[in-house]
Design a binder for this molecule. Structure first.
Ligand SMILES: [Zn+2]
Ligand SMILES: [Zn+2]
Length: 186
């Protein structure tokens, strides 16, 4: 039981590593030469664009059994299944967190941090802050940028940042600043 639990946690940790590597290298370093990279750059270029659910489901159907098989080879069948399950659950968690970052305002310390961390990657520096659910691998690989305030180009502002009159919600003013195209670096 303890082994299975440890394997589950290890699987989840392995996903966060895969998330960092896929995003940094297959997403950005590939510079549009592979499908994943083209999809990811479209996510950067088009506000609100996410790859179709069937593509994500297909990736999950490949990645999760691969993770489970690696686990099976290393720690045996039962723990390997738990490893694959941890990997898969963390992957689903990542999809949820990433989607919420783009569509919903922060509700607590983690969601506030995750939005600033990821939206700085979008609007500040796409070479920084590749991790979405954790900053651990960015720290390990030297791409972590602590974010004070994110400067958001006006044409890219996310709907949750604005109030009914179309101005930045006052409670977000410490974390975000909306800039006109000329002023924003992104
Ligand atoms: Zn994103
Ligand atoms: Zn990116």
């Amino acid at each position: 039981m303890v082994i299975a639990l440890l394997a589950l946690l290890a699987g989840a940790a392995a996903w966060t590593f895969a998330e960092y590597m896929l995003h940094r290298f297959a997403g950005h370093a590939a510079r549009g030469r592979i499908h994943f990279s083209r999809e990811h750059l479209r996510h950067h270029g088009t506000p609100g664009y996410f790859s179709p659910a069937w593509q994500k489901a297909l990736s999950a159907l490949v990645m999760i059994p691969v993770a489970g098989s690696v686990g099976w080879l290393v720690v045996g069948f039962a723990a390997g299944v738990a490893f694959g399950a941890g990997f898969g659950l963390a992957y689903l968690g990542y999809e949820w967190v990433h989607w919420r970052i783009h569509v919903a305002p922060p509700r607590g310390p983690f969601s506030r941090w995750a939005r600033k961390h990821h939206l700085y990657h979008h609007f500040g520096d796409p070479e920084a802050n590749h991790g979405v659910v954790t900053g651990v691998w960015d720290r390990v690989f030297g791409t972590y940028v602590p974010v004070g305030q994110v400067v958001v180009p006006r044409r890219r502002v996310l709907p949750w940042m604005l109030d009914e009159s179309g101005t930045l919600r006052p409670e977000l003013a410490a974390d975000y600043r909306v800039a006109d195209a000329r002023m924003a670096r992104a």
